[in-house]
Design a protein around this ligand. Structure first.
Ligand code: TEU
Length: 564
């Protein structure tokens, strides 16, 4: 019999609080706003809500810079609001998981304030401090050539003690020193047990592959020749003690609860990835791999676009769901999150003509894939990237802003280069996921009665929840339908074996799902032209068109058949 653990069969819905729903008109989404939509979320067919960071934070990186794990960011609400959210989610038979951001804290966390205060402070070693390197001209330089994920050096100089601290992300996100057992205990207590004891049901674990750095800390080999600072993955990702740390976290904390954990790991060989998620390893339940979502990005500059075909897409899907097959491990299915551009724009077709149809095609594909399914707010109504015309001042993300600034500093007068930067951002910036959710066609898309902290996508009059919620043909209604179907045939869709039938075809994606003597056939036309298929003997259980036309699939048409 299949292992039907609740977190395997769950559909998870990610809420990114700043842009979800504002209840008090200050222009920022909040927890009471979330509570007011829980019936909507439940009705969609969601089992688990994943809430992105709502902890107290100076918001340099939208809450992924936490200044107090046991406090709430005041604009989002209070601890009472949070207790209510937990209760109201549970009341509706849903679970709630939080974001666990423990590679770093904010520089405004008390731990860091103490750590930086002196070299002899008991918490000095809770972060990673190093003396400057003095170059041949006698100038102070960062200890190593490591590059931060958000551009520039990964080291920040602190005058107070004449040392640098490590920050793999923003300067205001100092990395915690996981080598220190006292630090780890403090993390477990404050960031994890505190919330488990309040009744939450698990965590999405941020940057789960980065906690163990390779010591001694030293320069990485030059990977991008003309750059001052170099990607430091070789000495920071999947480091020597990472599995020991995850095992400890599981044995000391997670194993004491009926918890779901999903780690953001991103990349790694099959063997390496399996170590995190094999049941027998006792680390995490599942991880996010980035094969699919990194399609179209250059490995050394994720903003620079790279051409990809449907064949590349199929390979990526296959790797993500099959790296666990034949093992006791579990996988995930997702096309969006708060760090990614919108999936209709990237993998479907956001033009008026094909918006809904291609959105349904993607929903159909996801619903049939093996693993736990994650949907991001607004995906269910087909929110898209915003327009290329937006100005850099409309962008809010620290990552986009740093990227722009860094290139501007070097090439400020090169108009063509700066146009290119804006082209890249229009395709790939994290900002596209972060515009306010489009609830209706009223001012500010019904997100807020005040001025939204971030510009609303211009297409909110055409794309919004209100226009779709009562329309049986809408994308939103289709999502409800496919999520039900996924549950009705869970052995096939959630657990079944996956096989691609048309690997080399650049227009069609055809695959089967098999479980024991049952088989489903999924036929998806990803092209803008008609495609002919062989006649199929089976019962069609899902289609995204009004009228099915035998063996001809219209542009972006998809079908699911039960073969046996
Ligand atoms: O992202 C970590 C991560 O893997 C980054 O590389 C991410 O893909 C980013 O978009 C690259 O520029 C997590 C969070 O999801 C992200 O929102 C945070 O900014 C980051 O950690 C730091 O906490």
């Amino acid at each position: 019999a299949l292992d039907q653990k609740w977190w395997k069969n769950a559909t998870v819905y990610q809420i990114w609080p700043a842009s979800y729903k504002d209840s008090n008109g200050d222009g920022v989404g909040d927890i009471p706003g979330i509570i007011s939509t829980l019936d909507y979320v439940k009705d969609l067919g969601v089992d688990v809500v994943w809430l992105s960071p709502m902890f107290d934070s100076p918001q340099d990186d939208m809450g992924y810079d936490i200044s107090n794990y046991e406090g709430i960011y005041p604009k989002y609400g209070t601890m009472t609001d949070m207790d209510n959210l937990i209760e109201e989610t549970h009341k509706r038979g849903m679970k709630l998981i939080l974001d666990l951001v423990i590679n770093h804290t904010s520089n405004e966390h008390d731990w860091f304030k103490e750590s930086r205060s002196s070299k002899t402070n008991p918490k000095r070693d809770w972060y990673i401090w190093r003396p400057p390197r003095i170059d041949e001209n006698g100038n102070r330089q960062p200890p190593t050539n490591w590059k931060s994920h958000f551009s520039g050096s990964a080291w920040a100089y602190d005058e107070l003690t004449d040392e640098y601290y490590l920050h793999l992300f923003a300067k205001s996100q100092p990395d915690l020193n996981w080598e220190n057992p006292e630090t780890r205990e403090a993390i477990y207590k404050s960031a994890m047990k505190f919330w488990f004891d309040k009744g939450i049901n698990g965590f999405r674990i941020d940057t789960a592959g980065l906690y163990s750095k390779t010591y001694p800390i030293r320069d990485v080999p030059i990977i991008v020749p003309d750059q001052e600072f170099q990607p430091a993955e070789v000495y920071t990702h999947n480091g020597p003690r990472i599995h020991e740390f995850h095992k400890e976290m599981f044995s000391k904390v997670t194993s004491n609860y009926d918890a779901m954990t999903v780690g953001e790991v991103g990349s790694g060989s099959r063997e390496e990835s399996l170590k995190y998620v094999s049941a027998k390893e006792k680390e995490m339940n599942m991880i996010f791999l980035f094969d699919v979502v990194l399609l179209g990005a250059q490995p050394t500059d994720r903003y620079r676009p790279k051409k990809f075909t449907l064949v590349d897409f199929k390979d990526a899907v296959k790797r993500q769901c099959e790296f666990v097959s034949g093992t006791d491990a579990w996988s995930t299915v997702f096309l969006e999150n708060h760090d990614l551009p919108r999936s209709i724009t990237r993998f479907g077709n956001a033009s008026k003509k094909y918006h809904d149809k291609s959105g349904k095609l993607l929903a159909m594909m996801e619903a049939a894939l093996t693993g736990t399914l994650f949907i991001y707010q607004g995906q269910e109504i087909g929110m898209t990237n915003f327009s290329r015309d937006w100005d850099i001042s409309d962008y809010q993300d620290i990552d986009s802003k740093n990227y722009y600034k860094q290139i501007k500093e070097k090439n400020g007068n090169d108009k063509k280069k700066m146009q290119q930067v804006m082209d890249n951002l229009a395709l790939r910036a994290r900002d596209h996921a972060r515009t306010p959710v489009q609830w209706d066609d009223s001012a500010n898309a019904g997100f807020s009665t005040g001025k939204p902290w971030m510009r609303v996508n211009d297409n909110y009059k055409e794309i919004n929840v209100k226009s779709q919620v009562n329309d049986p043909n809408s994308l939103l209604s289709f999502y409800k339908q496919v999520l039900k179907l996924r549950q009705a045939y869970k052995n096939l869709f959630i657990h079944g074996d996956f096989e691609i039938l048309d690997h080399e075809n650049k227009d069609m994606f055809t695959f089967t799902k098999t479980h024991e003597d049952k088989k489903a056939l999924v036929v998806l036309n990803f092209s803008e032209t008609n495609q002919t298929i062989q006649s199929i003997e089976g019962e069609m259980i899902l289609s995204n068109v009004d009228q099915v036309n035998g063996s001809t699939l219209s542009p972006y048409e998809g079908r699911i058949y039960l073969l046996q």
